[in-house]
Design a binder for this molecule. Structure first.
Ligand code: SER
Length: 888
């Protein structure tokens, strides 16, 4: 039996033997395409080639791409673990072969047949292929061409027509698309096959008749207005579900029984004490109808989601509250919730599975072993915090259920269920489960209503409308920004973008010195200048490997000759900060150790932020060492030593540091300053001396195992020094320009403390004297000892006094003290215990009533209460009022 690793190899080798170059997987997290958060198909990384904005070289490629289908057009999240064929995943590998303007339908069909039948020895009798049947609304006919080529290999009944949903593949709402042929396999037992022919079960959700390979004939670009525009070049994009192929080749009944998952599942069994029973899900939504099925679903969800989360973290996407980070957090929480509910895991547990995953997949994906510790720590911290949230949510739900019981109701409000979902991450099924166990139902319609409202709010907040690109001139963009800050150019194309009622335009130039935001460095600003007008470029983004310039209004003559001029002050400041991050990265590795890896950065003209892996706080002493080293490298004034188009292997040999999760082409740019050497596409200072000076402002934690340094450079340091200097001067002036400022301040602090001590001792003496006087001057009213006075003292002393009076007179005591301190009146009432228990007096109640006379309020316990007020003139009357209320 072939192992998963052998199967992956055999695919890549087959296509290599057919003239394809084996290329690495792109990162799972997409960084420079606003239409996508995660790689959802192998073709994503070739989008620019398919759309014709980049030359294809080489034209034939093959790869195994890490994909994640959890958002947007392709979202399989809810299917995972419970679809009828158990063949969906969040993260999966897609085997692909690519032809960019080389072979087309016939070649792709012949290769697919040869690989499946001649190499893997699948029986063609079990294979079915689908062909796009055409679609009147798109004005597209049947793909007879593909059908004709398939007919070379298969009888008619193995070629099945399919509709637009199944046989017209699109990446997203816009972008490359085309008709496709899917290959399905029927692996039912022979007697079943005899009863119902396979072609009737294609695309019918039969657990044993499943799609394994999709061959897309990319012919169109879907535009924003919904129309289809023919592509200039025909492209073959094939995607084979690796996990499904392995299941087939290993003769297993589900993907989870293959060697891709078995060791992870065994570890889940070991850690949780639950058994995996290999059941298929039942129930209306595949949620499982008995305990065994529910446990199996939970085990599959945990095994699947672990991969999605671990690969995303390895590619640099930490769980967070926004965008891609939030999607990852939700996937992880979904797994934790399943484990909590069905596997009884009330403490962090997923992180313990990381070693097995790394052992299984680390060979093919070295980013996993390299970052194992970080992955484990991040997952554990996320689990910890979500479990705390779950506990809080459960407490809240218990409170809600108590309320229902009290009001003799049986249904929980949809709004309450939604609040649990929104704030505590409780999906409806969990709330229903807990409510069900306690005999309550949940108002699902109300929940759906709230959910719809929230979605509408989110849509309004995020609404960005991209118009179609309007072509002005044919051509590819050339970036000249490493060598120039001004360059002659023409507009190639533009589009209108509307976001929250603001309209702006995005422009692509044939030549541009503008750097588009990438790799943590902000985009350039500047202007486009023609003979008659100047248009401000307010920002530059990077999209599909091009700089896209953002302008507020279109130039009147769009076809004019322009000069693209970068704002060099801003650019130089950003460049210096970027160069400083390279020095900082180097210095951190020297001072803290080789485990330090860049996890993110942000540089603008005024900001320098650098995130890196390190597992404890960086000490002040270490930070100083880092600063010293960076500043030394600045003073060395190392010149920028830049190498463009270096073959990636050669760059690695040079010792250049690559970042996990970054997409690098076959040729890369290597940037060196002195001992530092990194893969980098950013804009840099011409030499380190230009940074001027480097100063760390702070060090903090971003996530488990990830620290952040905020720093400043150049003239910002100058300003910071002036600020410190001014503050010091001001302090020195306050201390009469003392020579030894530190000693003078220390002396003042000491004197201050000594003074506080003696004031306290004087206060205590005054309290004692007052108590003595009060105790000597009591009045007896019908057997009660009444102590009453109005004094000019502070409330804290008043409290001390009444407690001390009570120590001396422990029965039949009513002590009422009116005080006025800094113009503010206050009232204190103290009763001995017997006055409370036997005479049923209550200091709190009396004081509330009496405090009205000082326009105040207060309260306390039955034996002691205090109140403050505004009207000092009423204080004596208030004291008398308390005595009157006591009714002695
Ligand atoms: N793009 C197609 C898919 O994702 C084939 O690779 O299914």
């Amino acid at each position: 039996m072939m192992t998963a690793n052998e199967i992956r190899d055999s695919y890549l080798k087959f296509f290599e033997s057919k003239g394809h170059v084996i290329v690495p997987s792109a990162p799972i997290v997409v960084k420079d395409d606003p239409t996508l958060m995660f790689t959802n198909a192998g073709m994503n990384q070739w989008k620019d080639i398919i759309l014709g904005t980049k030359e294809p070289d080489p034209r034939r490629r093959t790869d195994s791409q890490k994909c994640l289908r959890v958002s947007g057009k392709h979202n399989d999240l809810e299917e995972v673990g419970r679809d009828s064929a158990l063949s969906h995943h969040t993260m999966f590998e897609m085997l692909g072969n690519w032809s960019f303007g080389d072979y087309f339908k016939e070649g792709a069909i012949d290769y697919a047949y040869e690989y499946l039948v001649d190499v893997l020895h699948l029986d063609p009798k079990d294979l079915y292929v689908t062909v796009f049947e055409g679609d009147a609304s798109e004005n597209l006919g049947r793909d007879d061409e593909a059908a004709g080529y398939w007919a070379k290999h298969f009888p008619k009944n193995h070629i099945v027509n399919g509709n637009k949903h199944d046989n017209f593949w699109e990446m997203g709402d816009t972008g490359p698309c085309g008709p496709c042929s899917e290959i399905h396999i029927d692996f039912r037992p022979e007697e079943e096959k005899a009863k119902v022919p396979g072609e009737e079960l294609v695309n019918k959700d039969h657990p044993q008749v499943i799609e394994i390979w999709n061959i897309v004939f990319m012919q169109y670009n879907r535009k924003a207005d919904g129309s289809l525009e023919p592509l200039k070049m025909h492209v073959i994009d094939t995607g084979m579900g690796f996990e499904r192929l392995v299941r087939l080749m290993q003769g297993k009944s589900s993907n989870y029984d293959t060697d891709i998952f078995t060791s992870i599942i065994t570890e889940i069994e070991n850690l949780s004490g639950k058994k995996y029973s290999h059941t298929f899900p039942e129930g209306p939504n595949g949620e499982g109808t008995n305990a065994e099925q529910k446990v199996d679903i939970a085990i599959r969800v945990v095994a699947d989601h672990l991969r999605a989360v671990a690969f995303s973290i390895a590619d640099g996407q930490l769980p967070s509250n926004a965008k891609a980070g939030y999607v990852i957090r939700r996937i992880l929480r979904r797994a934790v919730r399943y484990a909590y509910t069905f596997l009884d895991q009330k403490a962090p547990f997923m992180y313990k599975l990381v070693p097995v995953l790394v052992h299984e997949m680390g060979g093919a994906y070295p980013e996993l072993p390299a970052q194992q510790e970080l992955i484990s720590r991040v997952i554990k911290e996320e689990e910890d915090s979500f479990l705390r949230t779950l506990e809080k949510g459960i407490q809240l739900l218990n409170g809600d259920m108590d309320e229902l019981k009290k009001n003799a109701k049986t249904q929980l409000d949809g709004e309450k269920a939604f609040r649990l979902f929104d704030t505590y991450g409780f999906p409806l099924d969990l709330t229903e489960l807990i409510c069900g166990e306690n005999g309550f139902t949940v108002d699902e319609e109300g929940f759906d209503r709230e959910m719809a409202k929230q979605k509408a709010r989110a849509r309004n907040a995020a609404a960005v409308e991209n118009g179609d690109w309007v072509e002005i001139k044919n051509g590819e963009q050339e970036f000249v920004g490493y060598d120039y800050t001004e360059y002659e150019c023409h507009i190639l194309r533009y589009r209108k973008v509307t976001q929250k009622k603001n309209t702006f335009y995005e422009v692509v130039l044939d030549h541009t010195p503008f750097y588009g935001e990438m790799g943590g460095q902000v985009g350039d600003q500047g202007s486009l200048v023609s003979e008659n007008e100047t248009v401000d470029v307010i920002d530059t983004k990077r999209e599909n490997n091009q700089s896209v310039h953002i302008i507020k209004k279109l130039p009147q003559n769009i076809e004019a000759d322009f000069m693209a001029c970068v704002d060099t002050d801003k650019r130089n400041a950003s460049a210096a900060n970027h160069t400083a991050t390279h020095l900082l990265d180097y210095a951190l590795k020297q001072v803290l150790g080789g485990h330090v890896e860049q996890k993110g950065s942000f540089v603008s003209p005024t900001t320098l932020r650098f995130d890196f892996s390190h597992f404890q706080k960086v000490t002040d002493e270490e930070l100083r060492q880092v600063e010293r080293l960076v500043n030394k490298m600045i003073r060395e004034d190392y010149a920028l030593d830049e190498h463009r188009n270096v073959p990636i292997e050669e760059a690695k040999e040079l010792g250049a540091i690559a970042l996990f999760g970054e997409k690098y082409g076959d040729k890369v740019r290597v940037v060196r300053f002195g001992p530092t050497c990194e893969f980098c596409g950013g804009i840099h200072a011409t030499s380190t001396g230009r940074i001027g000076f480097f100063k760390i402002l702070g060090e903090s934690s971003v996530a488990a195992g990830v620290r952040r340094i905020d720093a400043i450079t150049g003239d910002q340091c100058e300003e910071a020094i002036y600020q410190v200097e001014d503050t010091l001067k001001a302090i020195r002036a306050l201390f009469n320009n003392a020579k030894d400022l530190k000693a003078t301040i220390a002396k003042h602090i000491e004197e201050n403390a000594a003074m506080k001590k003696s004031i306290e001792s004087f206060r205590q003496q005054a309290v004692e004297r007052t108590v003595k006087k009060l105790v000597e001057n009591t009045i007896n009213v019908n057997g009660t000892t009444v102590v009453k006075a109005t004094l000019p003292i502070d409330p804290a002393s008043a409290k001390d006094i009444v407690f001390k009076v009570r120590e001396k007179i422990s029965s039949n005591l009513l002590c009422v003290l009116g005080t006025v301190h800094e113009g503010r009146p206050a009232l204190s009432v103290m009763l001995s215990d017997d006055m409370v228990s036997e005479h049923e007096l209550n200091a709190g109640k009396m004081i509330r009533e009496a405090a009205k006379l000082i326009q105040g309020g207060g309260g306390g316990q039955p034996h002691y209460a205090q109140a403050g007020g505004k009207n000092a003139d009423g204080i004596s009357a208030a004291v008398d009022k308390v005595i009157e209320l006591a009714n002695l």
